[in-house]
Design a binder for this molecule. Structure first.
Ligand code: ADP
Ligand code: MG
Length: 707
């Protein structure tokens, strides 16, 4: 099913189509020549032969050798698409979009037609689509609707070394079906008879014709091969030039500044034509800061130095700017790419000669005891550091400047990054597996099993939300929740909106929450105006969730006006995205047969629906203005951007915690404590919400009975 987002961003923004025909043709020919220079090209036939001979194949090749862009095309050229689509998964949204755009150019077709991509809330594919690039999370969702992946002839799980949660779960699921198919292959006659006689065999999972490719940039291929019953490994020999690695003499106190200074030093002392610079940062904010400082400092140097073209790349970068990093550097200038981890292996930018590696990335961490998840800036692993360094030696000898000491590298960095499955909240995954009919999670064949504690915590939460019954079976609520591509608490909030007759408002809130923290902007010279505009939506201290709803409704009333967004310092792009998300949520409501009902005159039912999803996230104010979470007590604060930051209600419910200088609650709404007992009586008892002063109880009394 095509979505509202079909091709929206790319059609107007990739101009190649509108170019003069003859020029287009020669550019097309040039692209074909480029394809033949990639390391993988020499192994094309051998690779196709191997795919033909084996059902499961592990493919290893240096980043940039052509795995992602070429293999699906080779398979298409060899006729695999006659039997079904070729799906190629990527851990990152930007990679899926960017690679699909590239491959559509190489094939000379319009993005979204023969070549498309699918990421959460954005489906740029059509009936014609043969090569489909997608996030691993999207393929996992497709599994829910089509557990035999009937529409596919080949599934390529790319960037497997990243070991994202979705990739690991896909592995488990695909392995279950693949080994089943292999076993059945040996007893085909029996299988056919069985099928004819009793119809008992689950023929849906019987797909010996489905090819599974697992591709990766690292050499840890044996582990993948072992997991898939000794699947053969196909190695693409890479070309890699020597890379000179430099360490700092002492640890750097401010790596952002050190990175900028290093980049400018390279730029000023080296010939511009000799290569571009790539710097790894941890996220968008850091990249934006670095961009500003770089602009400021190069402006200070005036015309004395060659032009420095600054190219940021991170997940939320607008699509039309994403293409900029791939544009060839003009003569006499130098490019400096400011990237997140995305440039480590997912995207290859040609022409990089210098890599600057501060040694950090943002990583999710999860505490299964408290159930708290946070995104932390963490030192990278040795494997990551080596991948990063390798980016500089692709087209010639390179240099990598590590902004940490050699001692740090050898003694402080872990060898490999811990797979996401071992450091994340598993509620979503458990709900997905349960709805696929996989009940025995402790014995599910994970490549690296998650901590049992985290699994239990997930089961506990799903039980509290009413998605599972006491036996751990999926309930009707749980089945409905699983239809939404959202975290279980958000899905529960939506499902609960039926009872409170406010589904219309709740999906707007859910859509706005899903867009994240990038709704407002705050220009340096107009901060006061921007803050005033923002606070307008908080009149009456309605709380952040209702403020988000007001923003959405006001925008809708202006008929989605761009001007209105400018006037209110709101990002048009975020609003458009939330409208798209909302449209899709509306479609999903229909699918789970929840009527669209509006109740905007009364805020209480809306707040109760929010509470029905987020009751585990309640907190009570302390005397000093900090808050204490009710379950698993922890000290937290209201985020300064919240409309309630100055109000400090006694009881609040929050959307998420973010750890910066302190542990902050982001998106906060006031709560009446009795709602907790009313809405989640299995989770809260009166003693949890009573004033500690009103009834003196010895500390710890009653605690034991509660767990
Ligand atoms: P691998 O998957 O083995 O790392 P890729 O197939 O991603 O390799 O890359 C092959 C080549 O395609 C590289 O030279 C890379 O620069 C180029 N390429 C990939 N994506 C794009 C893009 N969006 N725009 C321009 N070139 C690209
Ligand atoms: Mg790749």
């Amino acid at each position: 099913k095509a979505s509202v987002m079909d091709g929206v961003n790319f059609e107007d923004e990739v101009p190649s189509e509108s170019l003069d025909k003859s020029m287009e043709k020669s550019a097309f020919e040039k692209l074909q020549e480029d394809r033949k220079t990639l390391p993988i090209y020499a192994y094309r036939d051998e690779l196709l032969q191997a795919v033909d001979n084996h059902q499961v194949l592990v493919i290893v090749g240096e980043t940039g050798s052509g795995k992602t862009t070429q293999i699906p095309q080779y398979l298409h050229e060899a006729g695999y698409t006659k039997r079904g689509k070729i799906g190629c998964t990527q851990p990152r949204r930007v990679a899926a979009m960017s690679v699909a755009a590239r491959v559509s150019q190489e094939m000379g077709v319009k993005l979204g037609h023969e070549v498309g991509y699918s990421i959460r809330f954005e489906d740029c594919t059509s009936e014609k689509t043969l090569l489909k690039y997608m996030t691993d999370g999207m393929l996992l969702r497709e599994f829910l609707g089509e557990p035999d992946l009937a529409g596919y002839s080949v599934v390529m799980v790319d960037e497997a070394h990243e070991r994202t949660l979705s990739t690991d779960i896909l592995f488990g699921l695909v392995k279950a079906s693949a080994s089943f198919a292999m076993e059945m292959g040996r007893t085909t006659i029996w299988a056919r008879e069985g099928q004819i006689r009793g119809g008992k065999l689950d023929i849906a999972r019987f797909r010996p014709d489905l090819k599974l490719l697992i591709s990766s940039a690292t050499l840890d291929a044996e582990k993948f091969s072992d997991y898939f019953d000794s699947a053969p490994i196909f190695k693409i020999p890479g070309r890699r030039f020597p890379v000179e690695v430099h360490y700092t003499k002492a640890p750097e106190a401010d790596y952002l500044d050190a990175a900028i200074v290093t980049a400018l030093q390279i730029h000023v002392t080296q010939q511009p034509g000799d290569g571009d610079i790539l710097i790894f940062f941890t996220g968008q904010e850091e990249i934006e800061t670095a961009e500003e400082i770089l602009k400021h400092r190069t402006r200070g140097l005036g015309t004395k130095i060659p032009e420095l073209i600054i190219c940021p790349i991170y997940a939320n970068l607008p699509t039309e700017l994403q293409a900029k990093i791939f544009e060839p550097t003009p003569e006499g200038a130098r490019k400096v790419v400011l990237a997140t981890n995305i440039a480590e292996t997912s995207l290859t930018i040609d022409g990089i000669k210098y890599v600057i590696d501060p040694g950090f990335c943002k990583m999710k961490s999860y505490n299964p005891r408290t159930g708290m998840e946070s995104l932390l800036v963490t030192p990278i692993s040795k494997a990551s550091a080596n991948q990063r360094a390798g980016r500089s030696g692709r087209t010639g000898p390179g240099k990598c400047f590590r902004l940490y000491t050699a001692y740090n590298y050898y003694s402080d960095l872990d060898d490999n990054t811990v797979p996401e499955i071992q450091r994340t909240n598993l509620a979503n995954v458990v709900l997905t597996l349960k709805s696929l009919g996989i009940h025995d999670l402790l014995n599910f064949d994970f490549m690296d099993p998650p901590p049992a504690e985290a699994l239990l915590k997930a089961l506990e939460l799903l039980f509290a939300l009413g998605a599972l019954n006491k036996l751990g079976e999926l309930t009707k609520v749980g089945r409905r929740m699983a239809e939404f591509p959202l975290d279980p608490m958000l899905s529960k909030m939506i499902v609960a909106s039926e009872k409170y007759e406010c589904s219309d408002e709740i999906i707007s809130i859910a859509a706005m929450l899903s867009v994240g923290s990038s709704i407002f902007y705050r220009p340096k010279d107009k901060q006061v105006h921007a803050d005033t505009a923002r606070m307008n939506f908080h009149t009456g201290n309605v709380g952040d969730h209702i403020a988000l709803l007001k923003i959405y409704s006001s925008w809708k009333e202006t008929n989605y006006s761009t001007q209105w967004c400018y006037e209110n310092y709101i990002q048009v792009r975020s609003m458009k995205r939330s409208r798209d998300i909302r449209d899709q949520l509306e479609g999903l409501l229909e699918r789970v047969e929840i009527e669209l009902m509006s109740n905007s005159n009364d805020l209480e039912p809306i707040k109760k629906a929010i509470t029905a999803g987020f009751f585990p996230h309640s907190a009570r104010m302390q005397k000093n203005g900090s808050y204490r979470t009710v379950k698993h007590p922890q000290t937290v604060y209201i985020h300064p951007t919240s409309g309630l930051a100055q109000v400090l209600p006694r009881w609040v419910i929050y959307h998420e915690l973010v750890l910066t200088t302190k542990e902050y609650m982001r998106q906060v709404t006031e709560l009446k404590p009795e709602w907790l007992v009313e809405i989640a009586p299995h989770y809260y008892q009166m003693k949890d919400v009573e004033d500690p002063g009103s009834k003196k109880m010895p500390r710890g009394a009653g605690r034991a009975s509660q767990d």
